[in-house]
Write a protein that binds this ligand. Structure first.
Ligand code: XIL
Length: 399
């Protein structure tokens, strides 16, 4: 059956050769750009990545990124090659979070994070530091100290200040963008939003008051004046059906900017789910509104999940249309970013479906990334690559 289909179907000869020509022309053009090729050489990658996402996007000054799992980088060869070849910016998925860098109070462990930063430098990649102030993945000594009252408010504030100063200071000059504050705004389902939309139940806001948000930006700026300091969150570009969370973040950062707080940009995480629908116009308009405030914007944690049957390499969307919605929504997010001049990077939250946070977090869901569990590029990967190729001639002619 499979053989019959593949032999009886005429091959689309002309479009293929046209694509090949574009690719060859592009590869030739890329050869003139040392960074992209040097990266592949350093990694000892088998194939020249002239048609890689990073190389094509570099032509328009856009960085394509991935979150990196440090349990695999350097040990899993295929995984490591994909990270080196396809991406020009990397985010540590976990190893810069507080519980990872300071598991015991006063004793830092920078090993895994240092390894990622060195890898990035060797492969001509930039680094998104993630993340300084977040309610999750805090070390046990801190949360239990707060819970049992042994760490009071003044001390907690000092601890946070020290954490930001030490971590940003440790990587000073080597981080492109820092996610300084992460997920402090209330969602439509949260029960205690403050008047301006900040989540009153957020660990940091609850204990230190919302003024701490401006303070972490000030502290981070003191520790590394050159890093781009971002506020990072999800559902801030219309994803939950209303634009209320966007509006709250917009009004808030506008105020911070007016007060001279050193905030440089907004990270829209981009965790989509095919069951909820997606409005590319709102996504783009909201990114643009942030851009018009004089901020940079970035898509920082893109994935598009859907319900699946099977696991690992056998994972398939249960709804056939989801196999089309998944690459479409990925593509629409990339397009939204590219149409906003201030959008500087587009990062997927992981490389492959075998190594994604989705199945552990959203029961019955998966299929969210650009590669399958065997590290084969999926339709979403090809959709992004085609988008980037298509834009080569027309896009950002001023860049
Ligand atoms: C997730 C990681 O992917 C998981 O490995 C970890 O167990 C939990 O955190 N928003 C964020 C990321 O800002 O840091 C989260 O990453 C996903 C949601």
């Amino acid at each position: 059956m499979g053989t019959t289909l593949s032999t009886s179907r005429p091959r689309p000869g002309r479009p293929r050769s046209r694509v090949r020509l574009v690719t060859i022309g592009l590869a030739a053009a890329i050869l003139a750009v040392p960074s992209a090729v040097a990266a592949a050489d350093d990694a000892g990658a088998p194939q020249a990545p002239g048609d890689s996402l990073r190389a094509i996007a570099a032509r328009e000054g856009l960085r394509i990124g991935t979150a990196v799992d440090m349990a695999k980088l350097g040990t899993d060869t295929a995984y490591t090659s994909v990270v080196a070849d396809q991406f020009s910016v990397v985010t540590p998925e976990n190893v810069m979070k507080w519980d990872a860098v300071e598991p015991t109070r006063g004793t830092y462990d920078w090993q895994a994070a240092d390894r990622l930063v060195s890898f990035a430098e060797q492969h001509d990649q930039l680094v998104r530091g993630h993340t300084l102030m977040w309610h999750n993945q805090l070390p046990g000594w801190l949360t239990s100290g707060v819970a049992d009252g042994s760490i009071g408010t003044a001390e907690l504030r000092d601890i946070l200040h020290q954490h930001v100063t030490d971590e940003v200071g440790h990587f000073r000059g080597r981080i492109w963008q820092w996610d300084v504050a992460n997920e402090v705004f209330a969602n439509s389902w949260d029960s205690h939003p403050l008047a301006d939309g900040v989540n009153g139940d957020d660990f940091w806001v609850q204990h230190l008051g919302e003024g701490v948000i401006a303070d972490v930006f000030r502290w981070a700026h003191q520790a590394d004046p050159k890093a781009l300091l971002m506020y990072n969150d999800y559902n801030i570009t219309g994803e939950d059906g209303t634009n209320a969370k966007f509006q709250a973040v917009y009004d808030f950062v506008k105020r911070l900017r007016a007060q001279g707080v050193p905030i440089d940009g907004i990270g829209e995480q981009g965790h989509l789910d095919t069951q909820y629908g997606f409005d590319p116009q709102t996504f783009q308009a909201d990114l643009q509104a942030f851009g018009d405030l004089g901020l940079k914007v970035a898509v920082t944690e893109a994935d598009v999940r859907t319900f699946v049957s099977g696991t690992g390499a056998d994972e398939v969307p249960t709804d056939q249309l989801a196999a089309f919605a998944q690459p479409y929504e990925f593509s629409a997010m990339l397009t939204g970013c590219r149409l906003v001049r201030q959008c500087i990077s587009f990062t997927a939250w992981g490389v492959d479906d075998g190594d994604s946070w989705i199945p552990n977090t959203f029961s019955g869901e998966g299929y969210g990334l650009l590669y399958d569990a065997r590290l084969r590029p999926k339709q979403a990967y090809f959709a992004l690559r085609q988008d980037l190729l298509l834009g080569l001639s027309a896009h950002r002619t001023d860049g």
